[in-house]
Design a binder for this molecule. Sequence first.
Ligand SMILES: [Zn+2]
Ligand SMILES: [Zn+2]
Length: 304
Amino acid sequence: MNRTAPRTVPLLPFHVTEHFPEVADLARPTTLLYPRAGAPSVHDSSMGGPLLWPADEPWLFCEAADHYRPLRQPVETVGPFGVALTPVLQLYARDVPDLPMPAGTDLLQVLWCPLLHPPQHAPLPVLRWQRTGDIVMGPLLEEPPMPWEYDEECVPRPCFVHPTRATEYPGRDLPLDLRDSVEQRSKQLEDVVGLSYWDAAVATQTKVGGYPGWTQEPDWPVCCCGRQMEHLLTIHSREPSFGNPWLPEEDRLGEGPMWRRPVSPEVESSIGPGTGMSLGDMGGVYVFVCPQCPSSYEHRYDCS
Ligand SMILES: [Zn+2]
Ligand SMILES: [Zn+2]
């Protein structure tokens, strides 16, 4: 059984570009990850799962002097000892063919310090691009260190991912001059069909590529070389559930049009509440890379 098999996004009652031709040129491919609770191994693509890591390579620790855990008593600031980074995402190139990989690598690992860090008051992600052939030649790390202090809301529970290719259109990145006309027709469409532009066109969930799943106004980082960076991936607290057309067919039950069917009770516990994280108030962390500077990455954070 393929434990990372793609899901099927339901067909909607209309094509986005049929009603909103002005966004056709803004379509972007994305790979939706659909994390579902489970027990992935180091050889699986996963969210919050164990990482493929050489036994002789030191784990990563954060020693930021000002990182903190909200409401920790008697003080919020944590220290002076380093805090082990926690696994957030592991993606094998074979599972996510659209993930841009630096030459010679075939594995992306995202870890972060599970405390909050000024000035964004967010976890601090670290990206590692690896060549699996080099790692599996030797012994693997069996028991990675656990952080001795962490913010529960920043630690995803172990999930398999189900990378699924889709097309999406801008939500908060919709150009200002298009917003009014889209909004107007979106309302009309919602009255008739029960789906708005925002429902049908915008995927706010954990994904690779596409548009960042902003819950606030966009804030694209600029690289030190002067270029606007590109969205690599979004790690989100939210996953589509009841009433969301992006909920995959495999996770639905019942009769009627597929995109309206409710969540299957069997899978509800593995979807909701998402990955067990609540970044801020169900916000996201957005990771960006520069196409010119292979080792350069940045992140943004927001909460709804
Ligand atoms: Zn830290
Ligand atoms: Zn750059």
